[in-house]
Design a protein around this ligand. Structure first.
Ligand code: ASP
Length: 329
């Protein structure tokens, strides 16, 4: 047996010890540097709006900045991929929406696992959607708009944020309800799409009230329906899709926060605590209310409820997406 000096032995033992101790130490000190929150859509859109509000409040609680990075494109899959494949150390998190429940059905192949690649950290909001158009569209009511879509079909341009976006899902349901295909124009997010709708270079879009309420109130776009069972307080004059004559055309967009799969439980817990703090911030609640939404009640913002809700939503949307499949692109 080779001779091993006491010094070598001591170094080896220290290395083994630190190898085991390092993750625990990292968790105890967490967070000791800024955290990156990936938003899988462009800046200025509704997911970005929700993410930035939450990021600021979470950063205050965590004692480290939560820095938002927009990784838009491919319907929210590029940003999600970035987080699924990041180190599971709590320094890269994702704010995503209902696309987490539709992407597993819409995409056959992805460079990440859209279901098992993540640890849910908690639900954030549920946001109504509105069907809007350029303000000079040749329709005043939802019934007029349905007639116009049937008449013009693919001559009408429907803006969305790519396959897997909430605006994509909403368009899919609309085209299925009207049984007519329009030409879809994908953007990296509905923030930039809104600019083109206001400018009149695209005809229609469906988007969260967090992006549309102020434009609807200002009259820069024309609104036809809110896609919820009840009218909403922020836009009381806007009929529901059912009241406008399209009863099956309903969708609300939920948002949730995620870490990469394998993130240690104490870090998941710490991030969830920071989220709960943010959800109870009166400033955030007020801003959400102004934009037609509300924070998820804290009792529902746990990782376990988030996972359960997410899995149920994948199962809920799968048959509906398959039934509307001919309108999917
Ligand atoms: N809300 C948009 C969508 O999914 C994306 C965005 O936030 O820009 O359609």
């Amino acid at each position: 047996m080779a001779y091993v000096s006491r010094r070598t032995l001591a170094i080896a033992m220290a290395a083994v010890a630190s190898g085991f101790a390092a993750p625990a130490l990292a968790q105890a000190n967490y967070p000791n540097r800024p955290i990156t929150m990936i938003i899988p859509f462009a800046a200025g859109g509704p997911t970005d709006t929700v993410g930035r509000l939450i990021a600021q409040a979470m950063g205050a609680d965590l004692g480290q900045p939560v820095v938002v990075e927009n990784v838009g494109g491919a319907g929210g899959t590029l940003g999600a991929q970035r987080v699924a494949n990041a180190r599971p150390d709590g320094y890269t998190i994702l704010l995503h929406h209902i696309g987490m429940a539709t992407i597993p059905t819409l995409y056959r192949r992805l460079a990440y696992d859209p279901v098992n690649g993540f640890e849910p950290l908690g639900l954030v909001t549920e946001v109504p959607m509105t069907l809007i158009a350029r303000r000079n569209i040749e329709a005043n009511t939802l019934a007029d708009l349905v007639a116009l879509i049937r008449q013009r079909g693919e001559a009408l341009n429907y803006a969305n944020a790519g396959i897997g976006a909430a605006s994509h899902l909403c368009g899919l349901l609309l085209m299925k309800a009207v049984d007519t295909r329009m030409t879809t124009v994908p953007y990296r997010g509905t923030g930039p799409a809104m600019n083109d709708l206001v400018g009149g270079t695209v005809d229609l879009m469906c988007d969260q009230t967090t992006n549309t309420t102020e434009q609807i109130r200002a009259g820069t776009v024309r609104a036809f329906a809110v896609t919820t069972p009840e009218r909403i307080g922020a836009l009381p004059d806007l009929p529901t899709s059912a009241q406008g004559g399209l009863p099956g055309f309903e969708v609300s967009v939920w948002h949730g926060l995620y870490a990469p799969r394998g993130t240690p439980a104490p870090i998941v817990e710490r991030l969830n605590q920071a989220l709960l703090k943010a959800l109870q911030d009166p400033g955030i609640a007020q801003r959400f209310a102004d934009l037609g939404t509300a924070p998820v009640p804290v009792a529902r913002a746990t990782p376990a409820i988030h996972r359960e809700f997410w899995m149920a939503d994948i199962a809920k949307w799968r048959p509906l997406i398959q039934a509307a499949g001919q309108f999917a692109d």
